[in-house]
Design a protein around this ligand. Structure first.
Ligand SMILES: C[S@@+](CC[C@H](N)C(=O)[O-])C[C@H]1O[C@@H](n2cnc3c(N)ncnc32)[C@H](O)[C@@H]1O
Length: 344
């Protein structure tokens, strides 16, 4: 079946919508930066009340709130505004699947990197709006506790949904322990441990994250069952466990370091132990426009251009001495792929 071609005005309109798509993103960014959804989580408010409480002075405050209604982030009820169900579920601080962390990361970092896209393409690196990037940037981010918290909120946004999928799709029944290598402050490890009470969990990440990881482990009542280990995964001893999880870590590194990390993980696992990898992997059969743009985003933010296909991941994991026994696309925010492999 062929679809009828769009009329010229419709084609032109869709291009106009494309070139102004950032209006939508920036309205969302500002609402989160201002704390609007947190304010309205306490109850509906008029424009005047929102202006007072959030110290907004611009005469366009009402137009701003109306734009958020049009974007289905707010609902209008007479002269009052309240959070839409989606905003209430995902954009209020403290929500169990909070997306505000990643919205702020996009507002403060990614948006500025994209503003330099033309320069980046012509000069070979992200524009001057980009702060430090690449794997060397992590320790720098963690020197400032507020910055570390922001970065963790961004990672948590993604790993909350991923944890649910890993808890469900990996057969954990044959394992007693796991370690999440590059597991940030342990959002994924603690969620998997909560879903599978027989598991002992561990997180290995840079030492600067220890206070935030310990805080989260305490908050989730998992002291004694999930432990944080600080170190450099390319040089320091890795904790041994029956299963190693690692996600959104390998693409940060050039091939020699990826190989080294996989070899070190293999060494840390017993025979029969599992390697669980989740990542954005290219797959021509299921690629969407979001996947392609997300890959461009990752490359710009990380400062490299590597993106591997599912087949390349399989080959790399098998070359490292594992046998792949499961490979599937999962239903997390990015539509990552999950590969489970066993050390023979
Ligand atoms: C893109 S994040 C992924 C975090 C988490 N796995 C997730 O999926 O949200 C990469 C992680 O690797 C950690 N990392 C980077 N270099 C590291 C190193 N040399 N040793 C240990 N951890 C490292 C970072 O601190 C960060 O938490």
């Amino acid at each position: 079946m062929t679809t009828a071609p769009l009329a010229p005005v419709a084609q032109a309109r869709s291009l106009l919508h494309l070139t102004t798509a950032y209006h939508q993103a920036k309205a969302l960014h500002s609402a989160v930066e201002l704390g609007l959804f947190d304010l309205l989580a306490d109850g509906p408010a008029t424009v005047g009340e929102v202006k007072d409480k959030l110290r907004i002075v611009h005469p366009l405050a009402k137009e701003f709130l109306d734009a958020l209604v049009a974007l289905e982030l707010l609902e209008a009820d007479g002269d009052r505004y309240r959070n839409s169900p989606a905003a209430q579920a995902f954009l209020v601080s403290g929500a169990s699947e909070f997306l505000g962390g990643t919205v702020l990361q996009h507002a403060r970092k990614h948006y500025h990197v994209w503003a330099g896209l033309t320069t980046a393409l012509q000069e070979g690196e992200a524009g001057s709006g980009a702060e430090a990037h690449g794997p060397e940037a992590y320790p720098k981010h963690y020197e400032d506790p507020d910055r570390a918290r922001q970065v963790m909120a961004h990672f948590d946004t993604f790993s909350s949904f991923t944890a649910e999928e890993l808890a469900r799709r990996v057969d954990w029944s044959g394992y007693k322990s796991f370690v999440d290598i590059g597991g940030a402050r342990g959002n994924l490890a603690t969620r998997v441990a909560l879903a599978h009470p027989h598991l002992q969990g561990a997180v290995f990440d840079l030492p600067g994250l220890a206070p935030l990881a310990d805080e989260l482990i305490r908050e989730r009542g998992l002291e004694g069952r999930v432990r944080f280990h600080g170190g450099d995964f390319l040089t320091d001893p890795l904790p041994s466990a029956d299963a190693v999880v690692t996600g959104h870590v390998l693409p940060d590194w050039p091939v020699p370091q990826r190989r080294k990390l996989l070899a070190r993980i293999r060494e840390a696992l017993p025979s029969g132990g599992a390697l669980v990898v989740y990542d954005l992997m290219t797959d021509p059969a299921t690629t969407t426009v979001h996947d392609v743009l997300q890959r461009l985003n990752h490359g710009l933010i990380r400062g490299d251009s590597s993106s591997s296909s599912v087949d390349e991941y399989r080959a790399e994991i098998e070359e490292a001495g594992f046998r792949v026994r499961q490979a599937e696309r999962i239903d997390n925010l990015l539509g990552d792929w999950l590969i489970v492999a066993v050390k023979p």
